[in-house]
Design a protein around this ligand. Sequence first.
Ligand SMILES: [Zn+2]
Length: 351
Amino acid sequence: MTNDSSIKVEVHGKDISPEAADSFRHNAAEINKIFANLAEEFGVPWCEVTFILAEDYAAKVAEIEAAIGSPFAQNVSTDRVGGVARAKAISMDDDSAQWCLVFDPFYLVSEDTDPLVILGDRYVFLLTMCHEVAHVLIGRTRAECGFSREIDRPSKTACGKARNFAMAALEEYRADALASAVLGLVLPEAAQREGESPRRFTSHDLHGDSYGEGLVLALSGPLVSAMCEAVADFRSDVCGLNDAVVKVWELSSATLTLFGHAQAIADEGGRADALRESLAGLNNVADSIARAWAAIVEPIRSSGVMFTLDQALTIERALAKTGERAVLRLWEELGIECSDTGDGIWVEPVL
Ligand SMILES: [Zn+2]
């Protein structure tokens, strides 16, 4: 098998300079080729990837989601817990054989004049490109091994929702880890202090501990209060159980996803212990979330984030099962117990 690494590129927006468009084309081709080769190593056939640079990023994402009849088309939002979304990988069919990767040119059109800031922005953009193509590699592997056919997205069952949330957070961790590895191949080696040998550039060189700090901030205040309030509001009849549950689901999913990014970047920088310590003793909710995340990520943290096509189905199934259990237990610790009855989801407040 030799993977074809030809790509399609679209650039939309009058404020994107020809130089920026050219470098986008060049980088897209280079990064796609590295991932196509990686896929070949893992025994995964590559696919058709369209790289889209769009000034009106959210509108482009909504347009593509609508074209494929995605349930997410109606409410495309770029707000995320801990940041703003500036890129998205969209699988265009059930086989994940065609992908559109949409990018916001934010980091390419900076008006800053400091060359170091401009260079930093360019590197962040490259890392983002690597991250989105990593989603393609993970998605392709899942489709080819048959795992994608075993899962419903979005799911209508409690177990399915728990599993999908865990797998989504884990996918961010995996995509970040792969992205950082590929970034190291694309960029020159990082400058070192005297006496140290040169080494590859990583995501931690770009982001430092900022994702971990964002996670600590979220878990110290707003997220935790929002989850506790949702459960308290239900208990005091301010809102229905349904609203409380949906809120806990959404917030816990968003927090685990942020954890995925923070963990991947901390691991790259040898800062995993520092991240764990910064989260210790914040509050009970933070403890529960940290415990759930540790259970979700533990199976692949030491073994590596990618595996061959032959191993993929067994490993993905095991990751999904572990993740599902961890999230169901997390919800219980947050105050709601969710189980499937056959005709729906049974939710019971844990008092
Ligand atoms: Zn992602």
